[in-house]
Design a protein around this ligand. Structure first.
Ligand SMILES: [Zn+2]
Length: 187
């Protein structure tokens, strides 16, 4: 499995391109399609999957969809425009090459916010794309249509996962569940 991170736009949003055997997915589409596209060369992109519906994760979507001729999915509770082609829900799996990722619905930052888990059978250590739910020593804001109560429920759910899981947030550097468990226990 191959994993690439591209940082785009004024809010330094992370875009992830994950592939296996020449087939891949793009997670989020913040900005600067021209900067993202070279990282997809040689990969047949099956889907663009969005962690949530905020402009700093969606602004390059139209251009990426046009250039790559690919469909885009988002959780049903964040699906507000026809630019999003299909809806997904909690525990849904998406295959690419010999790998897959699983949707974990983590409402709070937005109602349809999601993380994507690539489990241990595929990736050692497992890998979690966390969107704006969890950052390194931080979490997403809830004043843009979110809910703090929901967010903390979602974070508690994620924090019950294995400490060795590598976490890749929607902004900033990567971390691990173990590091974040320390952060949350000190709060
Ligand atoms: Zn956001």
């Amino acid at each position: 499995m191959e994993f690439k991170k591209v940082v785009v736009g004024p809010l330094q949003s992370n875009v992830y391109i994950i592939s296996s055997k020449g087939e891949g997915v793009i997670i989020d589409a913040g900005a600067e399609a021209d900067k993202i596209l070279p990282f997809t060369e040689g990969i047949s992109i099956k889907y663009i999957l969005l962690t949530h519906n905020h402009f700093d994760h969606t602004d390059a979507l139209g251009e990426l969809k046009n250039k790559l001729r690919v469909k885009c999915g988002i959780h049903s509770l964040d699906k507000t425009t026809s630019l999003f082609d299909f809806e997904f829900s909690d525990k849904e799996k998406f295959n690419f090459g010999e790998a897959f990722l699983e949707v974990i619905h983590t409402p709070g930052h937005t109602p349809g916010g999601c993380c994507f888990l690539i489990p241990k059978v595929i990736q050692e250590p497992p890998l979690l794309i966390s969107g704006d739910t969890i950052f390194q020593c931080g979490y997403g804001r809830t004043d843009l249509g979110g809910s703090e109560v929901e967010l903390f429920k979602s974070i508690k759910n994620i924090m019950s996962m294995s400490p060795d899981i590598q976490v890749y947030p929607g902004h900033g550097p990567s971390t691990t569940i173990g590091e974040e468990q320390k952060f949350y226990s000190s709060m």
